[in-house]
Design a protein around this ligand. Sequence first.
Ligand code: GLN
Length: 336
Amino acid sequence: MNLDVDDVDQAVSTGLLPGWDRVDEHVAAAYERSRENHDGVVADYIPALAAVDPALFGVSVIEVDGGTHVAGDADVAFSVQSISKAFVYALVCEELGHDAVRERVGVNNTGLAFNSVVAIELNDGHPMNPMVNAGALATTAMVPGSPDEQWDAIHAGLSRFAGRTLVLDEEVYASEVRTNQRNRAIARLLESYGRIQTDPARVVDTYTRQCSLLVTARDLAVMGATLADGGVNPVTGERVVSPAVCRDTLAVLAANGLYERSGEWLFEIGLPGKSGVAGGIVTIAPGKAGIGTFAPRLDAAGNSVRGQRATAYLSRVLGLNVFASAAHVHLGGGAR
Ligand SMILES: NC(=O)CC[C@H](N)C(=O)O
């Protein structure tokens, strides 16, 4: 995908675009540039998502010290969808330790669509990673307690990441319940392979609820900033998960956050991120900031087009690419 940042690369390298001290300007520029793009289509396999206004677009950056920068529709609510997978994974690792989740769910990319059944069959019934539907269903199933307790823990946990009590979009939830036959099939298949050991129908229901929680681009930036900040929400000051869980979650996102396009994303943007089919993307600049974007038009893999472009711009102009920054660091310092 052409993310239209070559000119930014040039401007940054020649010192025309200074970075971190003018974040408001850069967020506004990321918004203006990306707003001109009209590529992609709104998700239509969930009927309630097909009805959304495709022109909506919001960008937010929250720094780990709480500094807040927004542009456009940063306070418009949309369903979190697959972005919930990242935070439920972190909560389950916090609860059970990463080895248990790694053994049951895995960390490797499937190279296939997020709702692929073939990926499960090709891998002997292994869901592969927590960021595709199979792995997310298996992860949700691991939350301790009864189905009601599982939902309460997920709802409370995601709310702690966001720093406010998140609300369920009843319309999106009902719409998905009517049309999520594929997820029900995936859960049954995982049950047949012993990867889900509770009632698969209840697991799908809890997963569908977690996907239907409403967030804004600003919320996503806070949630991302919490992972960037080693697990402490920079707005509420509350510790949500441990630094080790953040490290593991960011590694899983780097490899799998944008499904089969995760490699391209990492190549262009150089940061862990996670997309959802309602049009949200959360991106984490470790130790620095969280970026939240919302724009409903998606590419073929289900990733927001404007969101990818805006994030690519911000990564370039703020010098966030974790691989690029290594070029400026001289280990050991001084002359050798
Ligand atoms: N990629 C996504 O955001 C998918 C989430 C959606 N709830 C599904 O399970 O199909």
